[in-house]
Design a protein around this ligand. Sequence first.
Ligand code: FAD
Length: 326
Amino acid sequence: MSKSVTSWDQVFPQLSLNTQVCIQRNIPLSRYTSLRVGGPADYFVCATEIDVLSEIAAASQINGLPLLLLGEGSNVCVSDAGVRGMVVQNACIHSEIGQNTRADSGHNFMRLFLLTMRAELTGLEFAVGIPGSVGGALVSNAGAYRANICDLVRKVEVVESGERKIVGPEWMEFSYRDSRLRRGDGPPAVLLRVWLELKYATKSDIRAKAKDFQIQRLLKQPWQPSAGSFFKNVVSHELAELLPNLPAAMKLAGVVPAAYLSEACGCKGLQIGGAGITHRHANFLVNLGHATSANIRDVAETVKSRVFDRFGVALEEEVLYVGEWS
Ligand SMILES: Cc1cc2nc3c(=O)[nH]c(=O)nc-3n(C[C@H](O)[C@H](O)[C@H](O)COP(=O)(O)OP(=O)(O)OC[C@H]3O[C@@H](n4cnc5c(N)ncnc54)[C@H](O)[C@@H]3O)c2cc1C
């Protein structure tokens, strides 16, 4: 492809015909995000084959054109102004289940757990109740109940700087709810496929563990549209020691839940426009029915400033702001 390309319109004729015919314009992204907010994408395409996803990713990277890959939109807050450039919805959902399970990055994470449970493979029980795609799970190193996806990853297939390649898990630079793909400080890259190592166990044991996780979740999560926990928990032994009423296990681990800090600052019940924090969970920012992305962000900023003023802690978002923000 030519290096002098400056817009997606110039690239389209160079893409395969199948890809070209699927490209749409001005598609509202609110219908593709779990928060149900977000303005339009200039261009939008749904990729159902890995080769198509790879082709679009390479075109974007080689020509320096903006691309946002969406899994199931359950960890993003898209701006009201929307996204300039191309948004690709990842609907590549093939998988091969076994001790070395291979899954396309658009595969639903919970469904992957169900398929592996059926094959008597343990490891993914924590995925129950985590919406989204396998790709999204890897990008934010999704986890729950002291398990994280990074512990299972053996290799990944990516497109980086226009090159399609298979790399080891160290390439992802995983840490708590983070990877190189979240930070955007390296060359742009897209995740195509992942290989996960699982172990055999009895179906009844797997189901019992997953059921326990699911019950815990149902008891504390709000029902309104959200993107899950909005802020990351704070890792600080010093802070944990200072807080009365923090459970002993958390003091020992030096982990302070963002929900604890938000609740201590009276954020439950906070409402700005159509966005707010319910009384059920102080770290879930929810769409109460007519929220804008700006409302969500205003609530988030209010929580951050209250927590900073009271505890001197700068909360870091687990949810990613994407699109054009003024
Ligand atoms: C009710 C609820 C509960 C939740 N509970 C949890 C929980 O317990 N633990 C937890 O960790 N998370 C939780 N989440 C957050 C969210 O579900 C996870 O982060 C999920 O893995 C995101 O996947 P997704 O496909 O929706 O990602 P998206 O929101 O679509 O994308 C997230 C980011 O990843 C990028 N991305 C997605 N796919 C790719 C790819 N293939 N290649 C490169 N970049 C990509 C996107 O561009 C975006 O920047 C919860 C969310 C909700 C709504």
